[in-house]
Design a protein. Structure first.
Lengths: 388, 133
């Protein structure tokens, strides 16, 4: 099959409010995001012939995408709800592009939302998230999701001498960017000392090493690049995509200090014909601070063990050598569960359009986005470029 | 609230039955000799279905660990703080388990640990580990 490099374009984006949004259900948030993305694309709902969603934890439907299509009153020819944890967002973007290329549909709406903050009790949210553990060989031991990631953090720190200050620098940089985002959930400035002093959750991780728990959702509209002129904004092209799946349960990981982000990245770079040095900014999955360091290395931006100092020296700030998570990421913008990276996607489109306001990365033309689901399990990398 | 019981199935029953007798068993491939855990129908190394149950020696080394300070559910609250560890068995495979120690602050990477079994519900015992003397 020919590469789909540059053949598909994102022509509409929309974010809901994020944080505590009790006046909207998860379905309401999903539809709200969808309608915003359609308005941004300059089209009505009846132009949509492909619909992709992910299920909601707080308000699950057996067949979620079909339920959302019914709710919107549309009858698409391609309709799927997907689930691979945090990497779902970019995986479905890739697969939607293939669906368009294969002629299944012309205009795909990808809309995802959930209400983990107000739609679930804290106990429900913790038990539901930790159900990613193996039911027989992990769950009986009472690990939490932060606990699973703490196992990775300790192994990485031990192997490379990374410090708690390095982890803290990831959280502080994310917050610096969220301060510039009017819609972000957390906008109070944060220092390395604040992170160091925050409550221990699962050693070595502290509260501020952990991402947020949020309500919210976002949506994008994807269509063939040669139809992008029908839409009002500068199109953003999908230049590359790739996946890598290493394990599902952390006790089965081959190596705790690296991941299949490497494989996902290599596949995406190969499709795009680009490499790490071509990226003007990156959006990396930051459910917990150590994850970002491993991703920076696996995706070729830093050598093994070098990512901690790289972030602590300020390279990932807006204005630095490699601006990262310019909206504040899951750590400071919002984390409504599986839909979390949708905000990295809508942010990237705004950056590449030149519409990111105070957060704008000057001259941004190409960006790499990476998400992972499970416990560093399922990985998807996408590379986006500004069209003309 | 009770701790979650492992949902034993047809393929894993021999493992849990051995635990109930105080034996840690793993699978060894008759074709390629690889040892694996958790129990499966196929060898992850070579794909063979010719797998034997063998007794593990019960020793291993600490591959990573965390001290959980916020319990996953009410059932674990009385244990806080508790250690969740990854242990590399001497035979090769890695297992998750709790590590029973009164001094979690003195744990070090790679240190020797040994299996114990803890009653879990009326019929089961789950493997746990403790530092070797
Ligand atoms: Zn074998």
């Amino acid at each position: 099959m020919d590469s789909i490099r540059g053949r598909m374009a994102i022509v509409g984006v929309g974010d809901t409010e994020v944080g505590k949004i009790p006046h909207r259900s998860p379905t309401g948030l999903c539809i709200d995001a969808a309608m915003r993305a359609l308005a941004d694309a300059g089209i009505g709902k009846d132009a949509v012939d492909g619909l992709v969603t992910c299920n909601s934890m707080a308000e699950p439907h057996m067949y979620h995408a079909q339920a959302m299509a019914e709710y919107l009153g549309i009858s698409p020819s391609y309709c799927v709800s997907a689930g691979a944890g945090g990497s779902t967002t970019f995986t479905v973007l890739y697969q939607a592009a293939l669906a368009i290329d294969a002629g299944l549909c012309d205009t795909v709406l990808i809309a995802m939302a959930d209400s983990l903050r107000t739609g679930l009790s804290r106990e429900q949210a913790m038990v539901m998230q930790s159900s990613s553990g193996h039911p027989q060989f992990e769950t009986p031991y009472g690990a939490t999701v932060p606990g699973y990631y703490a196992l990775i953090a300790r192994a990485y720190m031990h192997r490379y001498g990374a410090t708690l200050e390095h982890l803290a620098a990831v959280a502080v940089t994310a917050r610096e960017h969220a301060v510039l985002h009017p819609g972000a959930q957390m906008r109070a400035p944060l220092t390395v000392e604040d992170v160091m002093a925050s409550r221990p959750i699962a050693d070595p991780l502290r509260l501020l090493d952990c991402s947020l728990v949020s309500d919210g959702g976002a949506a994008v509209v994807l269509t063939a690049a040669d139809r992008a002129a029908d839409h009002p904004h500068v199109p953003v092209h999908l230049l590359g995509a790739g996946e890598g799946h290493g394990h599902e349960h952390i006790s089965q990981a081959r190596d705790l200090t690296t991941s299949f982000a490497r494989h996902a990245g290599e596949r995406a770079y190969a499709m795009a014909g680009l490499g790490p040095s071509d990226m003007d900014f990156v959006e990396l999955y930051d459910c917990f601070t150590p994850v970002v360091l491993i991703e920076l290395e696996d995706l070729g931006f830093c050598g093994p063990g070098e990512a901690g100092p790289f972030v602590a020296e300020g390279n990932t700030r807006i204005g630095g050598a490699l601006p990262m998570n310019t909206h504040g990421g899951l750590l400071s913008h919002s984390h409504p569960g599986n839909p979390g990276s949708m905000f990295a996607l809508t942010e990237s489109v705004r950056q590449l359009r030149g519409d990111a306001g105070e957060r704008q990365v000057q001259g941004a033309e190409v960006a790499l986005l990476h998400a992972q689901g499970g416990i560093m399990s399922s990985h998807c990398t996408v590379i986006l470029g500004r069209g003309s | 609230m009770e701790k979650p019981l492992p949902p034993v199935n047809a393929e894993t029953a021999p493992f849990w039955n051995a635990c109930a007798e105080g034996r840690l068993v793993i699978q060894r491939c008759r074709d390629c000799g690889a040892c694996q855990f958790y129990p499966r129908l196929v060898c992850t190394a070579c794909g063979s279905a010719e797998l034997d149950w063998v007794d593990a020696a019960g020793g291993g080394s600490l591959k990573s660990w965390t001290l959980i300070r916020r319990a996953v559910s009410a059932a674990f609250e009385a244990d806080v703080p508790y250690v969740v560890a990854l242990v590399e068995l001497d035979e090769g495979p890695t297992m998750m388990a709790n590590l029973n120690t009164r001094t979690p602050e003195s744990l070090v990477m790679g240190q020797r640990v040994r299996v114990t079994f803890e009653p879990h519900g009326p019929d089961l015992r789950v493997p746990q580990f403790q530092p070797e003397d």
